[in-house]
Every structure is written in structure tokens, then in C-alpha cells.
Ligand binder design. Structure first.
Ligand SMILES: Cc1cc2nc3c(=O)[nH]c(=O)nc-3n(C[C@H](O)[C@H](O)[C@H](O)COP(=O)(O)O)c2cc1C
Length: 192
């Protein structure tokens, strides 16, 4: 089984990207080889980072909880809206708490915007910080434009193409997850 949490990078009032995040999470959870959970930064409510977790002995419980979720992940999916060509500060605040937890893990990015470009600028930034964190940004992405029109009241896509685009994206997340996990297992076996 591969553990692939979905991080929701928006805590904004009336946030729209939660719809994309819940849909991607629900599609991912249909895969019998995957365990997944929603890591909602709104619920986690992490304080402003004063220092990285590994240099603290007084870390708040939510930070430790966040670390555990990322530590046991084989790969991560991050859902992020685009704010002023970038990603939300609340997401960077959360990510900066950790480092070894990300090492050599594939990252798939879902970016969301109200406009027509689906968050391409924040996607580029997320890929860059992913490298800084020691992760592998996968080539495939899921960019979601005009998010406010794309989901119905049940949270299902109003645009059928979103199903196949999400499948293609998640298939790639799975491909890289399996490749990296296999390699890590091979290394462990050799060392044993
Ligand atoms: C502070 C802020 C900045 C934004 N900047 C951009 C932007 O640069 N490009 C864009 O396409 N949309 C921009 N938007 C629109 C958001 O992409 C849109 O509101 C989307 O729903 C945000 O996700 P959220 O609802 O989960 O917060 C911005 C929205 C906010 C709140």
C-alpha cells in the first residue's frame, strides 16, 4: 500500500480549492493500492513558524501531528490556489516546519485559480520549493482554472474532462510513487 496524503493549501474564507482537493482525494481513495487522508491546514491551524520542528523541544501538538502525517507518506499531493502569482503564505508556513520528512518523496501539484490559467505561476514556484525540500516534483500536474464554475453542490465536476485529467494526473503520481518506493526497498534489502 502506498500512503499519499492530500494537503489542502488554502485556509481562506469561502475557499474554492477545497472542492478540488476533496475531489482529488476522493478519486485517489478509490485506488485499492493507496491509503490517503486530507491534511487540511485550516483544521490543523499551525502557528506561525518560529523555528523548524527538528530544532524545537516545545513543538505544538499540531506541528508534531503534521510531521507524523508527512513522515509516513510515500508521496504527497499538494492542492494550492494561486495568490498574486504565488502560493498562499499559510502553505509555506506549514511546509517550512519540516525537512527530513520530505526527503526523496514524489510531489504532485494541483493548482487552482479563478482565472483562465489554472495557477501556472504558483505551480512553477511550488516545483522550485519542492526541490529545495529534497522532494521530486513530478512532471504531470493538474491545473484547475475557473474553479468557481467547475464543481456542483455535491462537489462533483461539472466538466467531464476533469475526470480524465485527474485520472491521468493521479496515474503519474502513482507511477513515481511506486518507482521511488521500489528503489528505497531495494536499498533497504541490500543494506540488510
Ligand atoms: C490574495 C489573492 C490573490 C489572488 N491572486 C490571483 C492570481 O495571481 N492569479 C489568479 O489566477 N487568481 C488569483 N486569485 C484568485 C484565486 O485564484 C481564486 O480566488 C481561487 O478561488 C483561490 O482559491 P481559494 O478560493 O481556495 O482561496 C487571488 C485570490 C486571492 C484571495
Amino acid at each position: 500500500m502506498f500512503n499519499i496524503p492530500v494537503i489542502i493549501g488554502s485556509t481562506r474564507r469561502d475557499r474554492q480549492s477545497i472542492k478540488a482537493g476533496k475531489f482529488v482525494h476522493s478519486e485517489l481513495s478509490k485506488n485499492k493500492d493507496v491509503t490517503t487522508e486530507l491534511v487540511d491546514l485550516l483544521e490543523l491551524d499551525l502557528p506561525i513558524m518560529e523555528e523548524r520542528l527538528r530544532f524545537r523541544n516545545d513543538a505544538p501538538n499540531q506541528v508534531t501531528q503534521f510531521s507524523r502525517m508527512i513522515q509516513k507518506a510515500d508521496a504527497l499531493v499538494i492542492v494550492s490556489p494561486e495568490y498574486n502569482n504565488g502560493y498562499p503564505g499559510v502553505l509555506k508556513n506549514a511546509l517550512d516546519y519540516l525537512l527530513p520528512e520530505y526527503e526523496r518523496k514524489p510531489f504532485g501539484f494541483v493548482t487552482v485559480s479563478a482565472g483562465s490559467f489554472g495557477g501556472l505561476n504558483c505551480l512553477a514556484q511550488l516545483r522550485l520549493i519542492c526541490l529545495g525540500m529534497g522532494g521530486f516534483p513530478i512532471p504531470e500536474s493538474l491545473t484547475i482554472a475557473k474553479v468557481q464554475n467547475l464543481f456542483d453542490e455535491q462537489g462533483l465536476p461539472t466538466e467531464p474532462l476533469l475526470y480524465s485529467r485527474t485520472k491521468d494526473f493521479l496515474d503519474e503520481v502513482l507511477w513515481f510513487t511506486e518507482a521511488v518506493v521500489n528503489q528505497k526497498n531495494k536499498k533497504k534489502q541490500r543494506a540488510a
